[in-house]
Design a protein around this ligand. Structure first.
Ligand SMILES: [Zn+2]
Length: 315
């Protein structure tokens, strides 16, 4: 029965209302764009998160069941994926930190010139293989014990170019800071230029993450969040300018096909595997702490209502 009660799902930790409504509205715009661009999945995307079931206990609501479309750029799915990635990465880094308490963490950002329309797919593919090549260079591999890399794309609307870049969190042996092994920023620029086969010096950023300071753990968590965040921001392809959105979205859809947002290497890959996180990659329902079903008081169901433009309770 339709009760007319509008969904309000508040996070117990942050006190913030979870953005179901905003994400579903963007999802519907996204589905409409896909239809205009004649992508077959448009109808599937439109059904994403149409009915949400939550379990309720003293701590609040937790998503219990729904159907997600899993499209990479779906605003609902990419929101859930960023929560999931950030939570899982923190779990992985917690284990790494306890197993290798003296390891050094580096945050590396690798860039190149922007892609023009039609170039994104190939550039992303080549960037990925170049990162793998870079990680195998003797000077890097010698001290590197693990890494996670993510790809991110920002859009320049003025000239329809795409800034694809890679973030890497590197776990290094303490010997990295021996004078003979230490790599300067300029070394990283030269190595990336070689690995990516560029004829110019690319912009590279390398910094050490402090893990021993008072706020050490949170600096690491911040870097984990930076790595796990959205691959492309929704606002880069959903604006009020539909004509321009369609040009951008068409390129992003094609460019991201078959690519991976995150990839792991070395001990971080092993830890992820041991935590069984590589087994449930498609689970966008359980994206946070505690799957504890104890203390469930009841289950509630909400359905998207297009005349109200919000999720409304059904009983
Ligand atoms: Zn979706």
């Amino acid at each position: 029965m339709y009760t007319g009660k509008v969904l309000k799902d508040t996070s117990k930790y942050s006190g913030r209302v979870r953005p179901w409504r905003e994400k579903k509205l963007d999802n519907l715009t996204y589905a409409q764009y896909l239809e205009v661009l004649q992508f077959k999945k448009a109808n599937r995307v439109r059904d994403c998160g149409d009915v949400l079931q939550f379990s309720v206990n003293e701590d609040g609501m937790k998503l219990y069941q729904t159907w997600f479309c899993h499209s990479r750029l779906c605003p609902l799915c990419s929101w859930r994926r960023s929560l999931k990635n950030s939570y899982e990465l923190q779990q992985i880094l917690d284990v790494a930190h306890s197993k290798y308490p003296n390891a050094i963490y580096l945050f590396l950002t690798l860039t190149e010139e922007n892609s023009e329309l039609g170039e994104l797919k190939l550039n992303l593919k080549n960037m990925n293989s170049s990162v793998r090549r870079l990680m195998q260079y003797k000077k890097v591999a010698k001290n590197m014990i693990g890494y996670v890399r993510s790809s991110e794309i920002t859009v320049n609307r003025k000239n329809y170019t795409f800034h694809q870049h890679m973030h890497l969190l590197l776990l290094m042996k303490t010997s990295y800071f021996n004078s003979s092994d230490y790599l300067t920023k300029n070394d990283w620029v030269k190595m990336w230029r070689r690995a990516r086969k560029l004829d110019y010096d690319p912009v590279v950023d390398i910094r050490k993450i402090r893990t021993k300071s008072k706020h050490g753990q949170s600096a690491l968590v911040d870097s984990a969040k930076e790595v796990a965040k959205y691959q492309v921001k929704n606002s880069d392809y959903i604006t009020t300018d539909e004509k321009s959105d369609l040009i951008v979205l068409n390129e992003l859809e094609k460019g991201l096909q078959g690519s991976r947002q995150l990839s792991f290497g070395g001990v971080l890959k092993d830890i992820r595997h041991n935590l069984l996180l590589d087994k449930n990659e498609d689970d966008l329902i359980n994206v946070g702490s505690s799957d504890d079903s104890a203390g469930i008081v009841k289950k509630v169901m909400y359905k998207w209502n297009s005349s109200v433009s919000d999720y409304v309770s059904w009983e």
